[in-house]
Design a protein around this ligand. Sequence first.
Ligand SMILES: [Zn+2]
Length: 270
Amino acid sequence: MTKLIFLGSGSAFTVGTDNFQSNILIVNEQNQKLLVDCGTDIRFSLHQAGFSHLDITDIYISHLHADHVGGLEYIALSTFFDPRCQRPRLYTSKDIASDLWDRTLSGGLRFISGEIAELESFFAMEKLKYEGSFFWQGIEFQLVTVTHVDSGYYLMPSYGLFFEVEGVKIFLTTDTQLVLHQNRRFYEEADLIFHDCETSLYPSPVHASYKQLTKLPNSLKNKMWLYGYQPTVLPDAEKDGFLGFVKRGQIFEFSALESVVSYQPSVVSY
Ligand SMILES: [Zn+2]
């Protein structure tokens, strides 16, 4: 059985103790783990879910906002100085990998006692080609270019994931605007979509808003879980045709042996 554990399902600026940033741990049958994004909340969200830096062996990074990379300094230093740990493997698009060090991590990580460090000092880098894919424990993860922040000059690089677990095709958008025509193929091919969803009263232009998503056809909404939302009173997503809002700590289970879809408050089996 492979599990998707939402360490958090909130937005970047989620406050309070009810939720954390949307970082996800994928855990397979052999208890191997892939962390999808590593935000500033990770020190808290990881431990509240019963894990620690010892569990972080493989990381995927979708883009460079702090709710997706702000916890990497913590993971880098805690694994580097812990003799029980090996360097975590870090998968990310090649364009993100260079900026990850130069513009995000080097300020805090470049100097260690007696050494000038580099990104490879802390992580075994897997720099992926444009819209390429990577394999983790037999699962192929395809990078999907998404439109997140458009500076007017060019798009901030940001890549969602498309992958298949136990016969279930999953599209994990990570942070994105709703640009259906850009990734129509993935929306249609997926059995299950985890979609970025902003619920703020004052929506930003860089995330899909709940209002926009409600206008999608039912064929898409009825396979869509929503995450990345604000700590607001949430609308009735099920009534509007969605599967629901993902809750912090919610676990989605995928098993080749179980074809029945069952729902419990915190565990969803496929
Ligand atoms: Zn973002």
